[in-house]
Every structure is written in structure tokens, then in C-alpha cells.
Design a protein around this ligand. Structure first.
Ligand code: SF4
Ligand code: SF4
Ligand code: SF4
Length: 467
């Protein structure tokens, strides 16, 4: 077994971690527990709406389904992705469902399709993510447990169907709504699966980590995501499932803990169009979310869509219009500005084509802003957890809070402290974004400074208003 090397520290040197990762039931057992929690939350949220006269945002905090999914899990997943890559995928219940139905389809001799290029490229994921954001803004998907429940059941159903009719972890590779977010936020993650010695792989005759005949095994499968483990040089597509570690008889695969944004990883000079548009969309969403913590900033950010809906009498669908503003119109205008600033001094491409060039560095700043918002949300929602555990539907709690019998739980941290941490995160994000640009394209990276600086300063100004 290889020990620590210049890529980082091989966690498999720790006996307990090695035993867990090599265990035949890992990660299935954790996925089963996650699936039970996931299903219980979907049942708990079923057909539950805020009681008459109660603010749905407050009710969302007292109902354990909404509290756990949107208030705690979602912010946590943003942090986990940035810090540890796709570590969540290791224990994800949707992968378990898709894996199970894929096996069932195989047993029933169903004709299973191969994911085509269009699905693999992420266009569908981009569309699904946009739709979810619109439902959040327009229908308050994140505040109404009944809608969250439908969302959870739909994810389970779609994962099952896709697994049944497609081969090779198709749900994760072409359908999962958070697939692009995890792969773009997690690029610099400190946890990585990598081969140890190249010499060992070259001399390996079994190649069990790649052989197609191993793919249907339960334990020690060749990579179910169709990656090439000996040549793995990026966190983008690896779900850290550990199957290649189990399958490697020469014991040459490693689970590495390393510094963030490790220079040994391969960098794409240009992002694909779906990834570029996804990052554009998320930059708008994160700006809107950061503004939501400061009334003045929110007022400025939503000034145009509010006047538009008021002016043309579209008040009833104002949430949907605000959603379109947040993930569509505003980020396109912002990125047009980035493109223009980037092009000053001469550029070999059009403003829009340049987006693909600075999307991957920019996403580092976007993810830092997202972490800041995630922290603000987590600390203000976490205090509701003990009450939600005692009363999962949250009806008694919300009625108690509304009639002032139950006091509102305090935030775990003051917003000023969160603001300080948030600004620090964005500054660190700007540093790494600039470094990513330099590593991906040493000739042109200086020009990316301007868009990184603009977005970083915008986020810092907004976060500094959090009081
Ligand atoms: S890609 Fe999505 S479905 Fe697949 S393991 Fe990751 S989070 Fe779960
Ligand atoms: S099985 Fe192990 S040693 Fe063989 S090619 Fe795969 S990673 Fe390398
Ligand atoms: S490379 Fe290994 S850890 Fe990554 S997805 Fe493939 S089998 Fe799982």
C-alpha cells in the first residue's frame, strides 16, 4: 500500500478508515440509513401546509422535513462539497435506489439504454436545477412541507426509473439536480480518490478497477461511473464510492486528504456550455440569497422586478418573475459586464464565448458566497431542531410560537460574526479563484482578475451589510 505522497495523506493508512472502506457493506449500510431518513421526511411532509394565518417561512423552520432538507442539509452540502468534494455522494440514498433498480432491470433482462452525449453533458441537469429554483421563488417549494414532500418522492421515483431503464449510474451522470453543483463546487475538495504508484498500475494484469465484467458485482466493482481510476486526476466525476479501492488487488488506490485546490489536479481551460450557464445561474441565485439577509440590499436587488410586476399588474406571479430575474436576467447582465471588462485590452473571442473561460475560476467565488449564506441560514435555523425533533410536523410548535407561548429559538451565532466569517470566505475564495485561473491558463489568467474582483467585491459589500 502506498503511504502519504506529494498528493497528500493517504487516509487508508488509518486502520479504522481502511476497515470501514474495505467493508463489503460500506457504503450501502449508510445509504440505507439515509434512505430511511429521506423516506421518513417525505412521509412527514406529506400534505402539510402552514396553518391559516401563519407565515410559511416560520412554519418551514418548525416542520422537521423543511428544517432538515432546506435549513440544515442544503447549507451543509454546500460546505461539504467545497471542502471535501463529492463526499456526500458516497452516502447518497438516491444512488442506492438507482443502483438497486439498475440491478433489477438487469435481472429482468430489460433493455437498458446508454446515456447519450446530450444527457452526459449536463443540459438536462441545468434545466432541472433552473426549474427547482423557479419553484422555490414562485411556489415556495422550500417553505411548504407538502411541496418538499412531493419533491422528495419525485426524486426517489425518477432515480428508480432512470436506474431501471439506463445503465452505468445514469441518474448521477445525467439527471441528478445537484450533479453540476457538486462537480463544480467540489473541484478543489480536500478528499480525493487517486491511484498510488503509476508503476503498479502499468504492471497490473487484472485491471479489476476497469474491467466491465466486474461492474455488476456488489463488492469491489469496477468504476460504476465508467471512470478510469488509475488515471483519475480531478474530483469532477468521482463519487468517492470506494469501489475501485475495494476492487484493486495490488492495493494501489488511495483515499487522499490533501490541501485545497491541489495543483496536481487537471484543470479545464474552458468550461462546457451547460457548466458555464449553470455557474452563471448560480451566481445570480447566490447574489439574491446574500441580499436576502440585508433589507436594503434586497430592496435594491429586487427593485426592477418588483416595479415591473407592479407596473404591469403581475403581482400574483411576482415570485416567479423574481425567480426569473434572479437566475436569468440579472446574471446575464452581470456576466455581460464581466465579459466586457474581460475583453478590454483585446480578446480573441466574443463577450459571451469568454464566459466559458472565466466560469471555472468564478465558481470558486460563487461557492464562497454560497458558503456564507449557508452559514447564515444554518445558524438561524439550527435552534429550531430540538423543537422539531419533539414535534416533527411542527404544528404545536408553530401555534405556540405564534401565540408567544413558545419563545423563538435564538440564532447560534450573531449575524455580525457570520458576516465577518462570510467576508473572510469570499476573500479566500477570490485568492483561490485567481490561482485556479493561473493554473488553468498561465498565458491569459491576468485578464480574469477583473471579473473575479468585481464579483468578490459585490459579495463583500452585500455581506458587510449583515447586522
Ligand atoms: S450525483 Fe446526485 S444522486 Fe448521485 S450520488 Fe451524488 S448527490 Fe446522489
Ligand atoms: S486494479 Fe489497481 S493496480 Fe490495477 S490498474 Fe486498477 S488501480 Fe491500478
Ligand atoms: S473512481 Fe473509484 S471512487 Fe470514484 S466513482 Fe469510480 S469507483 Fe467510485
Amino acid at each position: 500500500m502506498s503511504r502519504s505522497n506529494d498528493h497528500g495523506y493517504n487516509l487508508l493508512r488509518i486502520r479504522a478508515i481502511r476497515t470501514i472502506i474495505s467493508w463489503a457493506w460500506f457504503p450501502y449500510i449508510i445509504q440505507i440509513i439515509m434512505l430511511m431518513v429521506f423516506t421518513a421526511l417525505a412521509v412527514n411532509g406529506w400534505w402539510r401546509f402552514a396553518p391559516e394565518g401563519v407565515n410559511d417561512k416560520l412554519y418551514a423552520k418548525t416542520n422537521i422535513t423543511n428544517l432538515l432538507i432546506w435549513g440544515l442539509w442544503w447549507p451543509a452540502i454546500v460546505w461539504i462539497a467545497v471542502l471535501f468534494g463529492r463526499a456526500w455522494c458516497m452516502v447518497c440514498p438516491l444512488e442506492l435506489i438507482a443502483n438497486g433498480t439498475e440491478r433489477l432491470g438487469r435481472i429482468l433482462r430489460m433493455r437498458q439504454f446508454i446515456l447519450n452525449k446530450w444527457l452526459r453533458s449536463g443540459w438536462l441537469i441545468l434545466g432541472i436545477y433552473a426549474l427547482i429554483q423557479l419553484f422555490i421563488a414562485g411556489a415556495h417549494l422550500h417553505r411548504i412541507p407538502a411541496y418538499t414532500s412531493i419533491f422528495l418522492w419525485s426524486l426517489l421515483g425518477i432515480a428508480g426509473l432512470v436506474g431501471f431503464f439506463f445503465k452505468d449510474r445514469a441518474f448521477c451522470r445525467g439527471f441528478c439536480p445537484v450533479g453540476i453543483l457538486l462537480s463544480s463546487y467540489g473541484r478543489g475538495g480536500m478528499l480525493a480518490v487517486r491511484a498510488g504508484s503509476g508503476h503498479a498500475c502499468r504492471g497490473c494484469t487484472g485491471k479489476d478497477c476497469i474491467m466491465a465484467c466486474n461492474r455488476a458485482k456488489l463488492y469491489g466493482r469496477s468504476c460504476p461511473s465508467l471512470l478510469n481510476p488509475p488515471k483519475l486526476n480531478s474530483n469532477r466525476d468521482c463519487l468517492v464510492c470506494g469501489q475501485c479501492i475495494k476492487s484493486c488487488k495490488p492495493d494501489n488506490m488511495q483515499l487522499i486528504l490533501r490541501r485545497p485546490f491541489h495543483p496536481a489536479d487537471i484543470r479545464d481551460e474552458y468550461a462546457s456550455w451547460p457548466v458555464t450557464l449553470f455557474i452563471l445561474m448560480v451566481s445570480g441565485f447566490v447574489t439574491g440569497e446574500l441580499c436576502s439577509e440585508w433589507k436594503t440590499a434586497q430592496h435594491i436587488f429586487l427593485w426592477l422586478p418588483e416595479h415591473f410586476t407592479g407596473g404591469v399588474g403581475l403581482g400574483k406571479i411576482s415570485g416567479w418573475v423574481e425567480g426569473m430575474w434572479m437566475i436569468g436576467v440579472y446574471p446575464v447582465l452581470l456576466w455581460a459586464l464581466f465579459g466586457i471588462v474581460y475583453s478590454i485590452g483585446g480578446s480573441d473571442a466574443s463577450v459571451i464565448r469568454n464566459w466559458r473561460f472565466f466560469a471555472l475560476p468564478i465558481v470558486v467565488v460563487v461557492s464562497a458566497g454560497h458558503m456564507a449564506k449557508g452559514l447564515a441560514k444554518f445558524v438561524s435555523w439550527a435552534g429550531f431542531l430540538p423543537g422539531a425533533i419533539k414535534d416533527p410536523p411542527g404544528l404545536h410548535t408553530i401555534l405556540g410560537i405564534s401565540s408567544k407561548v413558545i419563545p423563538l429559538p435564538a440564532s447560534l451565532m450573531s449575524l455580525s460574526v457570520v458576516s465577518f466569517i462570510g467576508i473572510t470566505l469570499v476573500v479566500v475564495g477570490m485568492y483561490f479563484a485567481y490561482r485556479e485561473a493561473r493554473l488553468s491558463c498561465p498565458e491569459k489568467y491576468r485578464k480574469i482578475r477583473a471579473p473575479i474582483f468585481l464579483l468578490g467585491i459585490l459579495f463583500i459589500v452585500i455581506i458587510s451589510g449583515w447586522k
